[in-house]
Design a protein around this ligand. Structure first.
Ligand code: FES
Length: 117
C-alpha cells in the first residue's frame, strides 16, 4: 500500500503545548504542537507498548556550570511508563539506539495538519 498525506486536524485546534489523539487508517496517533511546530507519533511505545503520547514533552539539556546550559536535543517525548525518552523528530530512543518510536512526516496545507501514512 502506498503512503499518502492524510489530513488530521486543523492547525487552529492545537495551540502550542497541546496534543490530541486521532485515529487514522487503523492507527492511533498523537499530534503535538511544540512551540508552534507540529509532530505526529504513533501512540505505542516501542519498549513495552505504553500509550507513548500520554507522556511529557521535554528537552535534553547540557549544563557546563550552574546557570549556563544549552539545549542539545529538542523536543523529546518521555514515556509515561518507564520514562524512556524519544526524539520527536527522528523517533530514536535516547536509551537504546536500536529502538525507535514511529514518527510521521508532517506538512501544513490549507489550515490543516497532514501526515504521510
Ligand atoms: S513502555 Fe515506554 S518506556 Fe517502557
Amino acid at each position: 500500500m502506498s503512503k499518502e498525506y492524510v489530513p488530521l486536524i486543523q492547525t487552529g485546534q492545537l495551540n502550542p503545548g497541546e496534543k490530541k489523539i486521532v485515529f487514522v487508517k487503523g492507527k492511533e496517533l498523537g499530534v503535538f504542537n511544540v512551540r508552534g511546530e507540529f509532530f505526529v507519533v504513533q501512540n505505542i511505545c516501542p519498549h513495552m507498548g505504553a500509550p507513548l503520547c500520554k507522556g511529557t514533552i521535554c528537552d535534553k539539556i547540557q549544563a557546563e556550570k550552574p546557570g549556563l546550559y544549552i539545549v542539545e536535543q529538542s523536543p523529546i517525548l518521555r514515556c509515561p511508563w518507564h520514562s524512556w525518552e524519544f526524539d520527536l523528530r527522528t523517533g530514536k530512543s535516547l536509551v537504546d539506539d536500536k529502538l525507535k518510536a514511529r514518527v510521521y512526516e508532517v506538512i501544513l496545507k490549507d489550515g490543516y495538519i497532514y501526515c504521510r501514512i
